[in-house]
Every structure is written in structure tokens, then in C-alpha cells.
Design a binder for this molecule. Sequence first.
Ligand SMILES: O=C(O)CCC(=O)C(=O)O
Ligand SMILES: [Fe+2]
Length: 308
Amino acid sequence: MKSVRIGPVLGSRVSGVDLSEVDEAGAAQIEAMLAEHEVLVFPDQPISADAQLRFGRLFGELAVSPFSPTAAEAPELIVLDYSKDTSPPLTDIWHADETYRPAPPKFTILKAIITPELGGDTMFCSMRAAYEGLSDRLQRHIAGLTAHHGFGRFAKMLAGDAEGMKRLHVVEEDFPHPNHPIVSVHPITGKRILYVNRHFTEHINELPDDEGRAILELLIQQTTRPEHQLRVSWEPGTLVMWDNRSVQHYAPHDYWPQRRRMERVTVEGDPPIADGEDGTVTWSPVRVDGVSQPDRPDLEIPRRPHQK
Ligand SMILES: O=C(O)CCC(=O)C(=O)O
Ligand SMILES: [Fe+2]
């Protein structure tokens, strides 16, 4: 497998592998590359849906989304197929996938089947870089805070009629809205990550309303800084895998009403690890074979030098 960095802060293009034939050792290698680069682009992988499901299962259980359109034969396979006959999807908003779950997915694996002639890229933002871009003072201010996450646009989509409202109540019982740390710690790299997003994060729990709203907006705005981003263009057969713990993404609807068909599998994850309230890290590393990681459980993560 050959990995070539494609962005200054995140992203790598990986060649020399057939994803329908990866074994456990290959998966461990991919997981290590993902921890380092956050987004992996695999060009020219026209693998079947079954092969994509199998590839995803190498990394853990696959999640079933309560909202996204799924294939009839495999609820773990999300099919995003949009054209002039369908309304555009709800993905033109910065988000990490499914942070309305107490344990959001760790990886998303998205493959292009039909791509538009123009447009239809996906944008990614490293929330590690976004955290590192904050001033030392703001980093200290937000240490230890938590935020409430909800269903975002999906709730509004369902709330349109009585049937939808019923379904919304059922989903709400199955997925009680969680609180997540605002700064989480990556389980493999130990790096800090800004863990709030435009789609699902509703409010900061420990601050007065007005103060919390202003700070949340400031933090969410970090995704819009081009310096933190990577933009990926798709061809049929491009497969992209991202670390949903440390990146957010945004799919512009600039292609619609041209047709674009994507298929996705999502690997279940663990609850995000909180940073300690006093700025020290609460550390519980997840062991992954073949990945080098710091061996000190009380690892001190150095702060960035003070910004001018
Ligand atoms: O269509 C895309 O490029 C991304 C859609 C999305 O948000 C997702 O698959 O999680
Ligand atoms: Fe998404």
C-alpha cells in the first residue's frame, strides 16, 4: 500500500490495494494511516456493495442509521442517490456523522457510483487542526465543557406530518440525546479535537445561554477556515474513508439536479473521550494492532505556543 499526502493538514491518497481483498493486517495498516491522515482517498475501487460491507466489518460492527435512506437488502448500506426527481439531501451543512448517538460512529466509508459532470465534491475539515488553531486562552476556557447534541435537520424533516412525529418519538426513545465533551481526545493519537458541529450540537451545558451561544458559534465557525480543509473530487469508483472522530464534512449541493449516487457504510464507535476539566487528559487508549501509540496512560499533551 502506498500513501501520498494530499493536503497540508489532512488527507492521503492510497494506492496499491484492492479493498475487496483486504485482510486483518491490511485493515490494521489502514486504521493506522487513518489516525495519521484523518481522510484516506482510495481511487479506482469499483467494489460491490457486498465487498464494501465486508471491508467495513473489518473495523467493527456496522451502524444502522435511523434517518438515512438504506438499501432494502442491507440496512447497514446507506444509499445517497439524488437527481432531478428527488429533493436534494440534508448534507450541505458541516457535521460529523451521527453525533446524536452516545457512541457516534468512528469511521465512515463512502463510495461514488455515479458522479455529476460538474460539482459534487465533498469537503472535509480537520477538527484537530481547528482545535490547534484556537488561542491558548480559548483552549483553556473551553476545557472540560460539554455540549448537548440532537437530531438537527432530521427532526425537522420528520416533524412535517403526524406519521413523521410518531416516528420521531420512537427514534427519540431509541437515541436519547447525548452530551459530549466539547474537546475530545483521539483514542489513538492522543491529540485534542474540537468536537462540536453545526448540524447536531445544540448548546453548551455549563455556560449561561447567551455566553454559550456566542462561544458555540465561534467554535463551529472554525470549520469554515480553508486552512483546516481538504476538498475531494469523486470519480465513479472513488472510495473515501474518514475518521469521524476527528473530521467533519460538508457535501455541497452544487451538482443538483444532476444525478449523483453514493453508497456508504458506517462503523460503530465509542463515546468520545473527554479532556479533563483542569486541562489534563483523561486517557483511555483503544488498542489497535500495528499502530504505534504513546505508552504512558497519563500522557501530557503539550499546548500550542501562545499565539500573537
Ligand atoms: O454525499 C457526500 O459527499 C457526503 C454525504 C454525507 O454527509 C455522508 O455520507 O455522511
Ligand atoms: Fe455525513
